[in-house]
Design a protein around this ligand. Sequence first.
Ligand SMILES: Nc1ncnc2c1ncn2[C@@H]1O[C@H](COP(=O)(O)OP(=O)(O)OP(=O)(O)O)[C@@H](O)[C@H]1O
Length: 250
Amino acid sequence: MEILEIQNLTKIYKDGTTALRDISFNVKKGEFAIIIGSSGAGKSTILRSINRLVQPTSGSILFQNKEITTSSKGELRKIRREMGMIFQGFHLIKRVSVLKNVLHGRLGYMNSFKGAIGAFSKEDEEAAWSLLERVGLTDQAYKRAGELSGGQQQRVAIARALAQKPALILADEPIASLDPTTSETIMNYLYQICHEDGITCIVNLHQVEVAKRYATRILGVQQGTIIFDGSATELSDSEIQHIYQKKLVV
Ligand SMILES: Nc1ncnc2c1ncn2[C@@H]1O[C@H](COP(=O)(O)OP(=O)(O)OP(=O)(O)O)[C@@H](O)[C@H]1O
């Protein structure tokens, strides 16, 4: 079953930069898709278009059969709570506790008054504790998020994304600022939890070897176009060279 259907997506930024050129691809429920490509290829623009942090110039994005590119503010709020987002820089609120950060994953389901005063339900609190347990951080729950190591902060970000009970997780360079061992831990958590819970995941990565290890599908992007779409075993050295090779500008 398709969870995401992207058709003829183009993004031209205000300054005239064409970041995406007429790209089309579908994602099936349960896929762990990894997008690779050199810096500036358009990876972030793809992810940000999917949750409409970026407004596409043209094209269509259907998420669970709902059109994202033209949805109203209210519809977008509902759509976004089913999409967890994980960033390179973690995007936690550093001065509040780890537990509160995880609970913030529930804000999209609360009215703004309850959200503002932090009136989380008992059910939400229990769920947050069990998510912290899944990412091995119950002993850090009352620490301020900013006191944690980078790898621990990314685990909090994963738990926060899961608190949304998402159908889809979008992870934009989740290991770019972490050392190799910590990166492996993060990828293991992300892969395992998505696999166990049937959550579809799209990850942007720079590290091709890591992509090959985890991806059920790899998308290779070059200058705003998808030039490879296949499995890790299909991604040969020459394909990798092709993806990372810059076209000559004449
Ligand atoms: N807000 C913006 N305004 C203008 N151009 C932008 C903007 N954001 C991105 N771009 C440009 O769009 C192109 C694609 O950028 P994008 O960030 O999607 O690439 P990327 O593959 O994610 O790169 P990286 O791996 O370095 O994060 C690049 O040429 C970039 O400079």
